[in-house]
Design a binder for this molecule. Structure first.
Ligand code: PXG
Length: 294
């Protein structure tokens, strides 16, 4: 058996070394495309339908017609995991405008490029879930929803990458991004939650954030547990003075933040609500999802 990954690319399953995209692909030339990052746990694709719905919605927003049905896309996700014999890992699904010419116009791109990678995932170290992580606020603001709406998980992540560079330079793992009005939006690849007096708050979509699938799952789990949770605008003041703060995302699941811009959050370690939600999330994620192997 080859130790190369098997990649889905435009209708075929090919070896990683043969999975090549044109230098004329507008995904590369202009960041013209959309993507998803999806986890699979214990042989099941987590929130498979939600991720497929989200990429179709993003494609619709940028007027990109995905050349397959949602059902066919589900089969691609499943088959890519199967061909690589994977039970736990991470899927990267990408749809670009396709190969065109050197002009901007998508009319020169007759066929979107679709590829899917299923691989393993590098996680944050385990201790970080106990100790929590330090983050910083980036000077870089989150894209305004009236420019390119952050709800579109597009191939243009420069905004977030610039914020990530600020985090790296400050020795932090993540950067918190504010919107144009200074309202807390999200991190570069995670949504943010704070806890105050037993109540959870997370920014609403309209401040300009990705409608995270982990975010929705955590909101549902909190409601089921009877914890009050609201989508509400807040500022850095509320973050600095929160009892707990945590981030959610496909890769991180739910991870505590214990320092923001040098201010210690709450007790300085992962708080009880964060820990309870992470446990519930992990339990839920390992027992729900689209089966890969029948
Ligand atoms: N906000 C942004 C801007 C994201 O890109 C999330 C929130 C969390 O959404 P989900 O649906 O995953 O709960 C994301 C998703 C990475 C990486 O390498 C992160 C994402 C996507 C791909 C890679 O950190 N984040």
């Amino acid at each position: 058996m080859s130790d190369e990954l098997i990649i889905y690319l435009d209708g075929e399953y090919v070896k990683e070394s043969e999975a090549k995209v044109s230098v004329f692909d507008h995904g590369l030339l202009y960041g013209d495309g959309v993507f998803e990052g999806i986890r699979f746990y214990n042989g099941r694709i987590f929130k498979c339908k939600e991720h497929i719905d989200r990429i179709f919605a993003a494609a619709k927003a940028i007027m990109l017609e995905i050349p397959m049905s949602k059902e066919e896309m589900k089969e691609v996700l499943i088959e890519t995991c199967r061909r690589n014999n994977l039970k736990d890992g991470y899927i990267r699904l990408v749809v670009t405008r396709g190969r065109g010419d050197l002009g901007l116009s998508p009319t020169k791109c007759p066929k979107p490029t679709v590829f899917c990678i299923a691989s393993t995932i590098t996680l944050y170290p385990k201790e970080m879930y106990e100790k929590g992580m330090p983050i910083i606020t980036a000077a870089q603001r989150r894209n305004k929803a009236t420019i390119v709406d952050p709800q579109v998980k597009s191939l243009n992540y420069l905004n977030n990458i610039l914020a990530k560079i600020e985090a790296n330079r400050a020795g932090a793992s993540e950067a918190l991004m504010l919107n144009h009005d200074g309202i807390v939006a999200e991190c570069t690849g995670d949504n943010i939650f704070i806890v105050k007096d037993g109540v959870i708050y997370t920014p609403p979509i309209h401040v300009g954030i990705l409608d995270g699938i982990t975010r929705r799952t955590i909101m549902d789990l909190a409601k089921e547990m009877g914890i009050e949770i609201y989508e509400k605008e807040f500022t850095l003041y509320n973050v600095y003075n929160a009892d707990e703060c945590f981030l959610t995302g496909t890769a991180a699941e739910a991870i505590a933040v214990t320092q923001v811009d040098g201010r210690t959050i709450g007790s300085g370690v992962a708080g009880p609500i964060t820990k309870k939600l992470l446990k519930a999330f992990q339990e839920y994620a390992r027992n729900n999802g689209e089966p890969i192997y029948e």
